[in-house]
Write a protein that binds this ligand. Sequence first.
Ligand code: SIN
Length: 524
Amino acid sequence: MSRLLLSQVRRLLVPQIGLLAQESYLGPMTSVPSRCSSFSWATLVGPEAHVAGCWCEAKGGDRFEVLDPGWGRTLGSVANCGSPEAEAAVLGAHEAFQTWSKTTAKERGRVLQRWYSLMMENEDVLAELITAESGKPLFESRAEVAYAAGFLQWFAEEGRRAYGHVIPASRSDCLMFAVPQPLGVAALITPWNFPAAMITRKAGAALAAGCTVVIKPAEDTPFTALALARLAEAAGLPSGVMSVLPCSRSNAPSMGVLLCRHPLVRKISFTGSTATGKELLRLAAQGVKRVSMELGGLAPFIVFDSADVGAAVKGAIASKFRFSGQTCVCSQRFLIHRRVQEDFLSSLSKAVADFRVGRGSEPETTMGPLINSHALEKVERHVKDALEHGANVVCGGKRHSLGGSFYHPTVLADVTPTMACATEEIFGPLAAVITFDTEEEVLAIANSSPFGLAAYVYSRDLAQVVRIVQGLDVGMVGVNEAAISTVEAPFGGVKESGLGREGSFHGLHEYMNIKYVCYGGLQN
Ligand code: SIN
């Protein structure tokens, strides 16, 4: 991490940490495992992991390097956690659960609310950190901070509405009711594309429900995760309730195995690729653990001939090129009705020409680099495959002169549903345009994928919209709208796009079991 960024992070966060000197209103919660060394308050975005309430190095001082996404230069190094730290974190979380789960939803909500406020007070520095690690433009990082903090605020409030229900009893001498209870320790495995929001979307729900959490952030973005842990601690989150275990790509599989197999972990929540999700599901099945999987997508973006093409192009820009196309709800297969195809393509290529590609930290940048060279090579492979099979470049289609992992925003026409860019997740700034003629045909193409996360439909024919929305095999649909993600709405997919929902009131119940109580012996 650059010296400048580090000093900014420290300067802005240090005053908040003073809060920790005051005793938490919840009182001391857990003891700290003796294997952890004490942490330094002076170091806010430092190399230490946060393990069961301790800021500590990994065993043997092992560290890994965090790289700048543009050119792969080293930003800094961080503790490379492994099994010893994971074991300590799970034990700490289990111990902390005994107390945290017994606090009231209102008390937990107050901590989450303070964490929310601290995030918003430190919006700029968090945004800089997200940009440094992920490469996304600053305006997108700022939006992410607000989105991320919003989950804390939402679940702070929603936790107080985790109602059970009274059951009309089947016998007159019994009272029957069902109460939701927190699951226990939840392991949260989070991605690099939303280094803050995917943590708060999971942790906000888990903590509000009364669970404790062990977080394994992506190896590309550990500093944002650790900064969030500093702020959570400053907000009064008791020791051990939340651990953050950065670990390298090579340590990640064994960390995943430990977390999925550990008998004290009762929930696995993962956001990332379908391939990894399937492996985690297999591991979690052995202990019959609750799981939430937010996996890949191949979102169809359908534009009918009755659509407002201008609005569709605006939506296409927002949903395809957000974070250089690296979100799982990014539209991927542009299914455009033959009658509006020419209009759509020419307006889209004009809008794409307005992108300013550059480093995320430069204020004029509207599209940053891809996360690394592998991501860039994947986009190149998709473009090459499409051109070999008859597609044509409308704009872009090549690396950017900035070098590194910068790529031109690209539009391809004459794509067919069987090309690699229409069947594999691209995760890059490539819009693949396929032409269709009928509703039946477009639904068949849209549903031909094993994924079913999001879909977008542009049409002004109301009956047609209803038919298409009902026919799409996906978890989320934007109708004449591409910005669908919000804390209040259920986020998640069907088929191989995942299990469970995040955000909304559904997100909270992913961290709770229902206990049915039959209270007998009430006869006089
Ligand atoms: C994701 O890409 O995993 C999340 C996107 C969102 O929350 O909008």
